[in-house]
Design a protein around this ligand. Structure first.
Ligand code: G3I
Length: 384
């Protein structure tokens, strides 16, 4: 009984010991202004097929806390060119106008991504696969049209997204990394990547071009990505830096695994952008992503433990995790140019609907009732 009481008092003390009202900085962007840009995403009006009724509130938090913004979905190919030659810019224009008016550094996301390329790119009118030449022409036209529309307004582009995959090799007992199989690779070959960077640079020579991927804390994937970037730089292919997504869990990846990304990039003088940061408090469910609806239903209680509310000790663990991660970013602030959260607040996160729908996660710094969480205070505290 005594032990439980002591534990409770420690938690209360920790919760009370840092509170944002005690800090000199009044926002995340102010706290890190000498180190890196602080970004969030523009969810837009459509969230996973439903109307986003919180856009105004999200704008308010964005302007208070952040100085950079990334398009979550509105610039993806399936959104911006759903049919050949039919460009839909309204949603992206709205974001760019909001950001320009408010001096936010804009990140375009993304021009070439397997998961977001509509089928028409790869097929002719009869549904047959197009030739290499036709596909090159189509990707160049897409990039030229989108990038030149926002020339001078978008500072960074995630040109190619998630083009590398890894697989466990039982023979060598390690992971092998390789270009992810996709129609771009099948039809054009690996050159589709450099073709994309060259097209983006032709359309806006001043935009800085990033390669963006997840699981870069896996050594094989990191080495493959850095080798690709180094090779591009050596051959004059216009690539600027690495986008490390950083979709984290409470205990994975480990800090040394994350540090390896920053250290190796620093050694190679490759700038890093933390492009999609969040810390899920839920069990990692990626291995169940292909589970049937029935299986997901059975797994729900195990994989969705905080549907009603979230215990304080979990929020506390998350706040420590955020603090550790930000300390690391600060240690490497010469290399890390931007830290962007993949969401504005807990009530609107992709973590609720991927890899399985219907879960309740709490991955960001602002709560479901728009309050600053313990994690917010911990992050702010490290620059004091
Ligand atoms: O707009 C359609 C709507 O017309 C349709 O009826 C509805 C049916 O589900 O879907 C709507 O599209 C959704 C789209 O978000 C726009 O809201 C998709 O279902 C949904 O799968 C899609 O999820 C996005 C996902 O990328 C896939 O594009 C997430 O919001 C977005 O957060 C996520 O972001 C990615 C990054 O781009 C790359 N790195 C990983 C990251 C997380 O998966």
């Amino acid at each position: 009984m005594k032990i439980i009481k002591t534990e409770f008092l420690i938690k209360v003390f920790l919760c009370l010991s840092v509170s944002s009202s005690m800090f000199a900085s009044e926002s995340l962007k102010e706290a890190f202004s000498e180190h890196f840009l602080m970004g969030t995403i523009w969810h837009g009006h459509d969230v996973n097929g439903k109307k986003n009724t919180f856009l105004e509130k999200e704008k308010e938090i964005t302007l208070r806390e952040f100085n950079s913004i990334t398009a979550e979905n509105v610039m993806k190919p399936h959104y911006i060119q759903p049919k050949k030659g039919k460009f839909k810019f309204k949603a992206a224009d709205e974001m760019v106008n909001f950001a320009t008016k408010n001096n936010l550094t804009i990140v375009g996301h993304t021009l070439v991504w397997k998961n977001s390329a509509p089928d028409w790119f790869f097929q002719d009118r009869n549904g047959n696969q197009v030739s290499r030449e036709v596909l090159i022409e189509r990707v160049k036209t897409h990039i030229q049209t989108v990038v030149s529309r926002y020339k001078g307004k978008i500072a960074y582009w995630d040109v190619v997204n998630e083009a590398i995959e890894t697989k466990w090799n039982p023979r060598t007992q390690s992971y092998d990394a390789f270009y992810k199989p996709c129609p771009w690779l099948d039809i054009i070959g690996p050159e589709y990547i450099e073709i994309s960077y060259k097209a983006a640079q032709d359309a806006d020579p001043d935009a800085k071009l990033l390669y963006n991927d997840y699981n870069l804390d896996q050594k094989a994937k990191l080495d493959f990505a850095l080798n690709m970037i180094r090779d591009f730089k050596e051959r004059g292919v216009p690539i600027y830096g690495l986008g490390y997504q950083a979709h984290l869990f409470l205990r994975e990846p480990t800090l040394p695994e994350m540090e390896r990304v920053l250290k190796k990039s620093a050694d190679l003088k490759i700038p890093v952008h933390i492009t999609e940061l969040d810390v899920s408090v839920l069990p990692n469910a990626w291995k169940y992503r292909t589970a049937s609806v029935e299986e997901q239903y059975d797994l729900a209680s195990k994989l969705n433990p905080y549907q009603e509310n979230i215990p304080t000790d979990v929020l506390l663990e998350q706040s420590r995790r955020y603090k550790d991660v930000f300390k690391l970013f600060l240690d490497y602030h010469d290399t890390v140019e931007r830290v962007t959260f993949w969401g504005v607040w807990d009530g609107n996160s992709w973590r609720d609907y991927k890899p399985m729908s219907g879960r309740t996660d709490y991955p960001l710094l602002i709560s479901r009732s728009f309050e600053k969480k313990m994690a917010y205070d911990q992050v702010l505290s490290i620059t004091e």
